[in-house]
Design a protein around this ligand. Structure first.
Ligand code: GSH
Length: 209
């Protein structure tokens, strides 16, 4: 099984983190995004959208992080713990997978991308979307519960974790959100958890090479 990604990609991190937690052997391949490798024909043949992550598992090729998470859970989690099979549990996880690729990408992802990559977006607008997301959804939802769905970790937590944890790369403090911070720590304490590199550390490591 091969995962095409990049160390600074939270979308790729979700996938690598789940593989590590499930203990699934895989090869992690770094796609050179700065050199535009993801827009070259070889990569576009795997994902016409030219985005990481992509999973290649034998003759199965999948794009989109949350689709890949559901594939891996169905294939490798025989307990159905990470993606419940009952109608309500499954839909509740899907709610958060959708939040991960919509509101989290519009808020925390953009705040971080402006700082790390100089993305041409409005910082104040992205911060306001992040504030709203945390204040209206995550902090209240995580008050009185440990996990986003049910009483144990699911794909919902894995999908939402990466860009919320690393929003601090965008000089956005999580100090106003104690419930979110406690939840991030619970995710980080999961057996097999794989950390996502801090943006500044990644760029420092490049300079040191
Ligand atoms: N919906 C996709 C989004 C993937 C995505 O935006 N990947 C970024 C890296 S985090 C990318 O490859 N960007 C390059 C580009 O869009 O040109 C997913 O969940 O995997």
């Amino acid at each position: 099984m091969k995962v095409y990604g990049h160390p600074l990609s939270g979308n790729a991190h979700r996938v690598l983190n789940l593989l590590s937690i499930l203990g699934v052997k895989h090869e992690s391949i770094v796609v050179s995004l700065p050199e535009g490798e993801h827009k070259q024909p070889a990569f576009l043949a795997m994902n016409p959208l030219g985005q990481v992550p992509v999973l290649v598992d034998g003759d199965v090729t999948l794009r989109d992080s949350t689709a890949i998470l559901t594939y891996l859970a169905r294939k490798h989690d025989t307990t159905n713990r990470w993606l419940p099979t009952d109608a309500v549990g499954n839909a509740q996880v899907q709610e958060w997978l959708s939040t991960a690729v919509n509101e989290i990408m519009a808020g925390p992802f953009v705040v971080r991308a402006i700082k790390l990559f100089g993305s041409p977006a409005d910082l104040e607008e992205a911060k306001a979307k992040t504030d709203a997301l945390f204040t209206t959804l995550f902090e209240p939802h995580l008050t009185g519960r440990d996990w986003l769905v049910g009483d144990h970790a699911t794909l919902a937590d894995i999908a939402c974790y990466s860009y919320i944890a690393r929003v601090t790369d965008g000089d956005y403090s999580l100090d106003a959100y104690p419930k979110i911070k406690a939840w991030l720590s619970r995710v980080e304490a999961l057996d097999g958890f794989a950390a996502m590199v801090v943006g500044a550390d990644f760029f420092a490591s490049l300079k040191a090479e």
